[in-house]
Design a protein around this ligand. Structure first.
Ligand SMILES: [Ca+2]
Length: 354
C-alpha cells in the first residue's frame, strides 16, 4: 500500500514539474478579437490538383517573369512547373522548413527557411542572404517579397519558437513577430517592426508605396508605408478577419489574396483554452493534442481584399473535403494557385469576374 502511495506521489510530482516547470511556454491570457463570418460556398472543392503526390505540403507559390511556377516542399525541394506542364525537381536544400518564396527580377528565387534564415536560390546554387539581425539568429523566417530596388522584406513569425512548434507560439499568445528588411546593396538586415502577433505573409502594393503584413494571431493585416509623407508609419489594413491570416499575394488588379486559417485553439468551442493559464500549460505539455485542436487541418479559406481593405469575395472548403490548411493563394493568368500545409498538391481554380 505504501509503495502504491509512493508511486502515486512521485507520478503526481513528475506531472506537476512537467506542466509547471519544464513547459517551454509562459502563457498570456489572450483576448481574442471579434471575428467576422463569411458565408460558405465550397468553391475550393472545385480545384484541379496539380502535382498530386509529388508536392509534399507546398506552403507557398511564386511565378517568375517567364511564367514558371515554383514551390518549396517539406522534403526540401524547390520544384517548378514549366509552361509545357512538366515538373522539375530544381534545387534541394537540407531542410524541412521551407516556407515563403518569391521570384526576383534578377531571375533568382528567395526562400524563407525557418531554420537557416533567408536564402537565395539560383542557377549557381544556394546562398544564405540573412541569418542574423542585430546579432541574434534569425529563426522562423516566414514570408518574403522583393521591392523594385532589390530590397527584401520578410517576416519572422516568432523570435521564440520555431516552425515545428508554431502551435506553441499561438498557445503562448505573446506577440514577438517581426518585419525585417534585407538591403541588397549593403547586405545588412534591419528590424522595421517588432512585437507583431505571429508575423506571416508580406506583399507590396502595386505602386510599392506600402506593404501589407499579416498578423495571424491578431486576425488582422497591417499596412506599413514605405514612401512619401507617411513613410515609416503603420496602420491597420483589415481586422476582425474570420481567422488568422497566413500568406498574402498581390493580384493583377491591385487587390490582395489572403489565406485565412481557422485556428480552432482560438474560436468558439476551444476558446476556453485561452482563458486559463492552467489549461494552456496542460495543452502545451502535449504538442500533438494542441495540433489536433487546430481547425485549419479540417477546412480552408481564402479571401480577396481590395486595396481599400474591403473583402471582395472569398472561397472555402468548409469540411476540408478537397483542400485543408490552405496557406497561400496566388493569382496568375486568371487562375488561383493554392498552397497548403496539409495537401500533397497545388490547387488550381479558374477565376471568374467577381
Ligand atoms: Ca506563411
Amino acid at each position: 500500500m505504501r509503495t502504491c502511495s509512493g508511486i502515486l506521489i512521485v507520478s503526481a510530482l513528475a506531472i506537476a514539474i512537467q506542466v509547471f516547470v519544464l513547459l517551454p511556454i509562459s502563457p498570456d491570457l489572450l483576448h481574442l478579437p471579434p471575428t467576422s463570418s463569411i458565408p460558405s460556398n465550397s468553391k475550393l472543392q472545385e480545384v484541379n490538383k496539380l502535382g498530386e503526390g509529388i508536392l509534399k505540403k507546398p506552403e507557398a507559390i511564386a511565378v517568375d517573369e517567364m511564367g514558371v511556377l515554383y514551390t518549396a516542399t517539406r522534403d526540401g525541394w524547390i520544384i517548378r512547373l514549366h509552361r509545357n506542364g512538366s515538373w522539375e525537381n530544381w534545387r534541394h536544400i537540407e531542410s524541412d522548413s521551407l516556407l515563403g518564396i518569391t521570384a526576383t527580377t534578377a531571375g533568382d528565387l528567395v526562400v524563407c527557411d525557418a531554420e537557416k534564415g533567408l536564402l537565395k536560390v539560383g542557377e549557381d546554387g544556394v546562398t544564405v542572404l540573412a541569418s542574423h539581425v542585430n546579432g541574434a539568429k534569425i529563426s522562423f523566417a516566414d514570408d518574403v517579397i522583393e521591392s523594385a530596388d532589390g530590397s527584401l522584406f520578410f517576416s519572422i513569425a516568432s523570435t521564440k519558437f520555431g516552425f515545428h512548434n508554431w502551435h506553441l507560439a499561438l498557445l503562448e499568445g505573446k506577440s514577438n513577430g517581426q518585419l525585417l528588411k534585407y538591403n541588397s546593396s549593403s547586405k545588412e538586415t534591419s528590424i522595421l517592426l517588432d512585437n507583431l502577433g505571429f508575423a506571416n505573409g508580406v506583399a507590396l502594393s502595386t505602386d510599392q508605396d506600402y506593404l501589407i503584413i499579416c498578423e495571424t494571431m491578431k486576425f488582422r493585416c497591417l499596412k506599413h508605408w514605405l514612401k512619401e509623407e507617411k513613410k515609416g508609419q503603420t496602420e491597420v489594413f483589415i481586422d476582425n478577419l474570420p481567422g488568422g491570416p497566413d500568406n498574402i499575394n498581390l493580384a493583377p488588379d491591385g487587390s490582395f489574396w489572403i489565406a485565412v486559417l481557422d485556428i480552432e485553439l482560438f474560436p468558439k468551442t476551444l476558446e476556453f483554452v485561452h482563458r486559463s493559464r492552467a489549461i494552456k500549460h496542460f495543452f502545451g505539455c502535449f504538442p500533438k493534442l494542441s495540433k489536433w485542436t487546430v481547425g485549419a487541418y479540417n477546412k480552408a479559406m481564402v479571401i480577396n481584399v481590395a486595396s481599400d481593405g474591403k473583402i471582395v469575395r472569398s472561397f472555402d472548403d468548409p469540411t476540408g473535403k478537397v483542400m485543408s490548411f490552405v496557406t497561400s493563394a496566388l493569382e496568375f493568368e486568371n487562375h488561383l494557385y493554392l498552397g497548403s500545409l496539409n495537401c500533397d498538391f497545388i490547387g488550381k481554380l479558374q477565376l471568374t469576374t467577381p
